[in-house]
Every structure is written in structure tokens, then in C-alpha cells.
Ligand binder design. Structure first.
Ligand code: NAP
Length: 268
């Protein structure tokens, strides 16, 4: 996706993937500085750990406590987080305006954190439910403290809490890894809890159409898939590194081709 963007923009640059062990993170970052990279993405499991090694953190990354994008400027590492803004852009591109919506957010990992902080600023309410309920409670407290939003709550995801939260929500966001390949038959919420007046946003992008989105489509809910968010978080990173607007359609086309050809794995 990023190489397609660089080529479409006519930039003499390349995007490469490196596997870095947690114990080597600091060394890798020093190496990136030394060889003069323009920037890089950070993914599982380094999004939180990278924060303490950065020279500066843009406000969103600092608030969320995780970075997915780093810009190298004058030998300094500046951390950003484009996941939340990427999710928002994906919703808006799909014709969904989350302002004033009542959101049920599933998950409390890195991606859910970014989404919780972003949605809390504009939604009417955000209910966070997670397998490990204590993580959802902590996330809700962090969001309330940082944003001043009062209608953000967190707890355990079980059949009874899911039933109650779904009944009072008109948007469901899956930010867990449930339904991701190779476990594409799974879904984080029962189909009976979905309604035609709901927006269902699944940030999982492999497979392109998850079981949750299939269920949501069957009940007539509005569906937004994870590919759209992946494109936009990447487009925002591209702009941070290059200063140029991202060629979004070239990125989407490249990504769709990869995901269709290798449905069992994402580009990560
Ligand atoms: P993460 O930090 O590892 O968090 C995973 C979350 O899923 C946690 O809330 C975890 O619950 C929950 N979970 C995992 N397996 C579960 C299971 N079997 N049953 C119930 N809950 C389970 O991962 P992440 O970075 O937030 O990523 C989450 C998903 O979002 C991944 O599929 C990733 O590919 C996708 N993602 C998409 C985009 C995009 O642009 N579309 C961007 C980022 C991430 P516990 O807290 O209880 O462990």
C-alpha cells in the first residue's frame, strides 16, 4: 500500500517491513535514526513500548499512550497515532457521522484505545466492553480523565452486558481481534443483538468481509470494513512523512489486491 503510494506520488523512496524483537527495539530505533529514515510505522507489539524511546510525542499519541507512526526530523523521533483519525475518516468516507451516536466499542487493546479517545470527543456515549473487563474500566477512566467526557464506561463483555449495551447503542465497533483470520468463523457479538438502524464497523481487515459484517449485512445494518480504516491511517502517515497528500485510491487498490490474493494474512 505505501509502496503504491510512493510510486503514484513519484517519490524516490521505498517502504520495507522489519521484524524487531521487543528486546531489540531501542537498538532498532537508534539504527533508523542513524541511517536517516524519513519515518516508519510501529505495529504489534511495539505501539506502547516505543513511546518511552521517542524524543517527542504529538498530542494524540501522548494522550492515547501509543504511537503507530514515527517521523524522523533532524535526527529526532516524533511519535504520532493515526489509528483514531484513520477510523474517523473511514466512517465519514462511508457516509457515517459519529457525532451524537451511542457507541458500543468492543476491545481494549491498542486499536481500541485510539478509537475510544477519538469517539469520546464526538459521540453521545461510549460503552467499552472487553474480555478482560478491568482493561475496559481502566481505558474508560483514562478517556474520561483526558477528554472530560462523562458518558464513557467500561466493563466485562459477557452475554448480559452485551445485550444491555447493544440495546442502547446505534453503533457497534469491533476493535478486538475476534473474527480475524485464521478464526474467520468467529464474531464478537451475537447476530440477534444487531439491528437495521445500527452502524457496524469492524476494524479487522483480514478477511475483508468478517462474519460480523456478514451478520450485520443480513440484518440490514450499515457496514464499514477495516480496509477503509487501514487505508486512511496509512494515508495520514504518508502525509506526515512526505508532506504530500496521499494518493488514496492507489493505496486502496494495492491493498485490496494483496488482501484478495492472500486472504489468510494481512499486510500488517
Ligand atoms: P491488541 O492490542 O492485541 O488487542 C486485542 C483485543 O482483542 C483485546 O481487547 C483482547 O482482549 C481482544 N481479544 C483478542 N482475542 C480475543 C478472544 N479470543 N476473545 C475475546 N477478546 C479477544 O490488538 P490491536 O492492535 O488492538 O488490534 C486489534 C484488531 O484490530 C486486530 O485484528 C488488528 O488487525 C485490527 N487493527 C486494524 C486496524 C485498521 O487500520 N483496520 C488498525 C489497527 C488494528 P483482552 O484485553 O482480554 O486480551
Amino acid at each position: 500500500m505505501q509502496n503504491a503510494a510512493l510510486e503514484a506520488a513519484g517519490l524516490d523512496a521505498v517502504y520495507l517491513a522489519f521484524r524487531v524483537e521487543p528486546s531489540s527495539l531501542h537498538m532498532a530505533l537508534e539504527g533508523f535514526k542513524a541511517i536517516g529514515l524519513s519515518g516508519f510505522n510501529v505495529t504489534i507489539p511495539h505501539k506502547v513500548a516505543v513511546m518511552r524511546h521517542l524524543d517527542d510525542r504529538e498530542e494524540t499519541a501522548a494522550t492515547i499512550g501509543a504511537a503507530n507512526t514515527v517521523v524522523v526530523h533532524n535526527g529526532r523521533l516524533i511519535g504520532h497515532n493515526t489509528d483514531g483519525a484513520g477510523a474517523l475518516a473511514a466512517l465519514r468516507e462511508s457516509g457515517v457521522e459519529p457525532s451524537g451516536m451511542r457507541v458500543l466499542l468492543l476491545g481494549s487493546g491498542g486499536a481500541a484505545r485510539a478509537l475510544a479517545f477519538t469517539l469520546a470527543e464526538i459521540a453521545e456515549s461510549v460503552t467499552i466492553l472487553n474480555r478482560t473487563g478491568s482493561k475496559a474500566q481502566t481505558l474508560a477512566e483514562d478517556v474520561r480523565r483526558a477528554t472530560g467526557a462523562t458518558s464513557v464506561t467500561g466493563g466485562d463483555a459477557n452475554p448480559s452486558t452485551l445485550l444491555k449495551a447493544a440495546a442502547r447503542s446505534n453503533m457497534v465497533v469491533n476493535a478486538t481481534s475476534i473474527g480475524m483470520n485464521p478464526d474467520a468463523g468467529e464474531t464478537p457479538i451475537a447476530r440477534e443483538l444487531l439491528r437495521p438502524d445500527m452502524v457496524v464497523f469492524d476494524i479487522v481487515y483480514s478477511p475483508l468481509e468478517t462474519r460480523l459484517l456478514q451478520d450485520a449485512g443480513r440484518v440490514g445494518a450499515k457496514c464499514v470494513n477495516g480496509l477503509t480504516m487501514l487505508v486512511w491511517q496509512g494515508a495520514l502517515a504518508f502525509k506526515l512523512w512526505t508532506g504530500a497528500e496521499a494518493p488514496v485510491s492507489a493505496m486502496r487498490e494495492a491493498l485490496t489486491t494483496v488482501l484478495r490474493a492472500r486472504p489468510d494474512r494481512g499486510p500488517d
